[in-house]
Structures are given as C-alpha cells and as structure tokens.
Write a protein that binds this ligand. Sequence first.
Ligand code: BTN
Length: 248
Amino acid sequence: CPANLHFLAETDSTNTQAERLLAEGEHTPFVVVAGRQTAGRGRRGREWFSQDPGNLTLSLALRPQLPPARMQTFTLWMGLSTSLAINELCGVSLKVKWPNDLHWNGKKVAGMLTEARSDSEMLRDLVFGIGLNVNGVTDEYPPEVRRVAGSLREAVGRVFDLNETAAKLICALQKACDTFLEDCYRETFREQWPLHDALTGQEVTVSLADGEIVGEYLGIDETGTLRLRLPDGQERQFAAGDVTLRKQ
Ligand code: BTN
C-alpha cells in the first residue's frame, strides 16, 4: 500500500489538515493520521470525541474524477470495506449503519465523515475521515458518549496493537478506494451490504429539516439511498445529505 503518510502527534482535525494539504497542492492519494485531535468533527457540526490515545483518527485524501452524486455510495462502500477488514483482523463482524457508522452490539465503534469540494460537474478535493475506537474503554468516556460508544477492545476482549491496526486499516481503505474508482465494487457491495446491515428489519425514525418520519427500513438502493415503507404502505426514499437516523 503506497500511501503517502502524514503522521501528526496532535492536530485539530485530520480532515481539516488533509484539506489544508490539498490546498497546498499535496500529491494524492495521501493519508493523515493523528495521535490526538483537538477539534475532531462529526456530521452535522457535531464534535468527534477522540482524546483517547488508544483510538484511531485518520483521513484519506483524493482528487477523484467523479460526479458529486457518487459521494454517497463512496462513504457506504468505505464503511463496508472497513467492516470487512476488521472482520479479517479479529473475527468481529461490525454492522454498517446507514449512512456512516459502524456498530457492534448496538454501540458505535466507528464514525465516518466524507467532505468534498465540487463544481457542478465533478468532485474535486475529497477527504474521507474515519474515527475508529480501537482500545477505548468507554466507561471512562463522558456520560453522553459512554451511552452510545463501543470499541474493538470491548467487542473482542483484547487490546489491539494500534500500529498494526492502523496499517491494516489504511491498506484496506486504499484498496477500497481503488476498487471504487475502477468501478469494480458493485457486486461485493450488493452482496455484502445486506449481510452487515445494522438496520435490517428495523423500524427507524429519520429526521428531516422539517420534522420526523417513522417507517420500516427496506434497505438501500444502488445509489446508497435509504428506502422506507411508511405506515400508509407507500415507499419513500431519502438521501444521506437530507436526513439523520434518530432511533430504531
Ligand atoms: C460522525 O460519526 O458524525 C463522523 C465522525 C468522523 C470522525 C473522524 S475522526 C477522523 C476525521 N477527522 C475529523 O475531524 N473527523 C473524522
């Protein structure tokens, strides 16, 4: 895996740092790994809590030639690929929770944030960031995080070598990225997503800017759009950019 690697003991956010390097003209692909983030970002302006040195925070930067609509499937595919790589590493099957989380036993073990600049036709600078809770002991986290967070260590019952885990993850992400850009991911995606889908058979609540909608989760379509059966039997579709899943 020939990734150009930038390791920083501390940074504000690996996504922000990757964006800075892209703006300076750094060759892609490259990866930014941080021992600690002081301003880690989650989706929708949330904070990503990752003070714990036993966890991984990293970002992969690219300049893909893709239409902006492909970004949604990209994140889903990167999440699924991370789950498959972790399964290979330690035998644990993390569930993919649309649009960007990995769960074990109902607890969030990883979160992903893809950010891109695009003109109307093409994505330009793209940064895929992932925070993976590796050795975190969630009992020691702030109460609001403790309720929802899990870690690989808690899932498997052993402490992981962080360097080895980082190397395997970076390698898997790079491969996943290549497969996506070469458009060779679709069959695996179609086959594997349902096997790892955290929401199968669940009633979910999606929150939109103007309210909440409850329905039965029907899966996702080819473009990564979520399909919901509403109480009146009609089907409705939601793009990741429009909604947040609230509870199940
Ligand atoms: C979410 O669950 O809302 C997404 C969390 C994404 C966190 C990762 S940690 C590495 C990268 N840098 C950031 O500032 N955020 C992402």
